[in-house]
Design a protein. Structure first.
Length: 377
């Protein structure tokens, strides 16, 4: 039986026929955008996320690629993610907006604390099995499960892993109020800055406060310090094994001596306001060390299963393109399933998605590789 559905989520009223169902693995930026895009295109969507529902933090991201969005869905997602105004945003602010949209969309079921262990498919459907033995079926299954994707292992068994690029990025976001008034940037200071250090460099950005205020004292300073001297530490702590990044270095696991050395290096390298922002992050242990990995895809699809976001293409953050590429994946996928996904139409739709996205996905990663080859160790 065919059903019709009136969707009133996101103040974006539309009536669409329910065309089928999708399971999305991962509810970070890419998974949420994909879920929202597929719901708009007429699918019932279940998003499965291994993490709990507690808010998480991350880096500052550029949400405005300068590219003209081709589809209504791409425009919609960009407006939603950016809040309609910002060109740079805190990961947590973007995630909160997308998450609120997904949670209020009656066609989306969002499950936290749900770790997918196995992915399977046959000629009729694809499904995910969790570590608790629950099974979630869909006409299609989309892997938005990041740099260590298990869905990628099925889609590209010949090339399952992203490769460590030989450096990490320390990232944090600091409230302007947490640094001395005399060092706070003026209202017309550049929003982005990229000073060279001694063999390494920093990306500093000034973004609105969590409440959206851009008044002096209310803003936040995001910093990302590219550092190629911590590889032994990363291997010793198990963050990198062989060529594969296992996990990020969380503040509580950073050795005291590393923090002392980092503070000394920062004092030698960086000018204000970034020096105070970094020292505050170190003193309050509010920073994350992210080992950088890269992945150039050979394919994005196998049967009823596809990969999007960092699972599909993992460029160095220096390209500032991962978020934008994830948004284009989501909107392209939605466009491709418009004609329906019942029976063999599912595999045809996903192959069309691959043909539209693969070249760009490869290019964005390759564009950052010459930097990684010269900077990484
Ligand atoms: C320091 C840094 C700075 C960046 N700056 C920029 C920038 O300026 N501009 C830009 O465009 N991009 C930037 N990026 C990249 C951007 O953040 C990502 O490309 C984008 O957020 C998409 O990530 P994702 O959702 O695909 O993956 P992730 O954020 O890795 O999400 C994967 C999700 O899947 C979940 N998951 C994994 N395995 C399972 C499982 N088995 N079962 C269930 N759930 C699972 C994880 O818990 C996670 O929530 C930056 C990245 C970093 C690290």
């Amino acid at each position: 039986m065919r059903t019709h559905f009136r969707c009133e989520s996101n103040n974006d009223n539309f009536i669409k026929e329910v065309k089928g169902s999708a399971v999305v693995v991962g509810a970070s930026l890419s998974g949420l955008m994909t879920g929202i895009a597929l719901s708009r295109a007429g699918l019932d969507v279940t998003i499965l996320e291994r993490a709990g529902s507690k808010p998480r933090s991350g880096a500052v991201l550029q949400v405005d690629s300068g590219e003209i969005d081709r589809t209504q869905t791409a425009k919609f997602l960009r407006k939603l993610a950016s809040g309609g105004i910002s060109s740079a945003e805190a990961w947590s602010s973007i995630q909160l907006r997308l998450r609120t949209a997904a949670e209020t969309d009656p066609r989306i079921t969002l499950r936290y604390d749900t770790r997918v262990q196995t992915i399977k498919q046959d000629s009729d459907s694809a499904w995910a099995v969790t570590d608790k033995g629950e099974i979630f079926h869909g006409d299609i299954l989309i892997g938005a499960d990041g740099h260590r994707s298990i869905v990628r292992r099925l889609v590209a068994p010949h090339k399952p892993n992203a490769t460590f690029a030989g450096y990490l990025i320390w990232v944090a976001i600091v409230g302007e109020k947490d640094i001395p008034e005399k060092h706070r940037p003026s209202l017309n200071a550049p929003k982005f800055t990229m000073p060279d250090g001694i063999g390494d460099f920093l990306l500093g950005s000034i973004i609105a406060g969590a409440d959206g205020s851009t008044a002096l004292g209310d803003r936040r300073l995001g910093w990302a310090w590219y550092d190629n001297t911590q590889n032994d530490l990363l291997r010793r702590l198990g963050c990198v094994e062989g060529d594969v990044v296992q996990y990020s270095l969380h503040a509580q696991d950073i050795p005291e001596q590393t923090l002392i050395e980092l503070a000394e290096k920062a004092s030698d390298r960086w000018a204000q306001p970034w020096l105070d922002a970094i020292l505050h992050s170190i003193q309050s242990r509010n920073l994350l060390g992210t080992p950088i990995a890269e992945y150039v895809p050979d394919n994005l699809v196998k049967g009823r299963i596809a990969i999007v976001g960092d699972a599909a293409h993992l460029p160095t953050p220096l390209t500032a393109s991962g978020f934008n590429a994830s948004l284009q994946d989501a909107s392209t996928l939605a466009e491709c399933i418009e004609k329906g996904i019942k029976g063999s139409a599912a595999t045809e739709a996903l192959l069309e998605y691959e043909s539209l996205r693969l070249k760009n996905a490869r290019q964005i990663v390759q564009s950052g590789q010459s930097f990684s080859r010269s900077f990484g160790r």
